[in-house]
Design a protein around this ligand. Structure first.
Ligand SMILES: [Zn+2]
Length: 187
């Protein structure tokens, strides 16, 4: 399956020292899309540090917790592709505090429930690419991917699911997910 936002070669999971699995798209290296193609006036600023300073609409944020927040991936693998980020600029999961770990986990659970309710997805790919060598596009700031999957991967928001970056459509998805998000998500 071709990622519409990607012009890099997709690595086959068969090349890895493990059994082939369904996760190969999670390992596709991100390009520095946020930094190169974004509208950031301060191009050096980390996109995941900057997003919480924006409005929910501008930052594509669907939920704000105490230690972490949830936003739409600007270049989704699939429609409804969410990212859970700590507010702190930390690179890897082992640097997260127990409070951050707990809230990242709780927000991930809530995201799964919300996406299931809103989009009727059949499954998820969830994971973190740790370090640029592992495919992290924004390697400096930890982010957990939550990618909803459908049996056909084409039933929900079929246009945007194969569309790179149409802010209007991303905005519709953001509003729908945010509307379904419960008020209390903190653990
Ligand atoms: Zn950051």
């Amino acid at each position: 399956m071709t990622d519409p936002s990607d012009d890099v070669e997709i690595e086959s999971s068969a090349d890895f020292a493990a059994v082939p699995d369904a996760f190969q798209r999670l390992w596709t290296p991100h390009r520095m899309v946020y930094i190169q193609n974004g509208e950031q006036p301060h191009i050096d600023e980390c996109p995941f540090c900057r997003a919480p300073k924006l409005s929910d609409e501008e930052g594509l944020i669907v939920a704000r917790g105490t230690h972490a927040y949830v936003l739409l991936n600007l270049f989704p693998y699939n429609s409804g592709h969410l990212l859970v980020c700590p507010y702190r600029h930390i690179a890897t999961y082992d640097l997260a505090t127990p409070e951050e770990v707990a809230e990242i986990g709780a927000l991930t659970q809530t995201a799964m429930r919300v996406l299931t309710a809103v989009s009727r997805c059949d499954g998820f790919n969830i994971g973190m690419n740790q370090g640029r060598v592992a495919g992290a596009g924004v390697a400096g700031h930890l982010h957990q991917h939550i990618v909803p999957r459908w049996a056909q991967d084409s039933n929900f928001f079929p246009i945007i699911a194969r569309t790179k970056a149409l802010p209007q459509l991303l905005g519709e998805v953001r509003a729908q997910v945010q509307a379904a998000w419960p008020d209390t998500t903190a653990p």
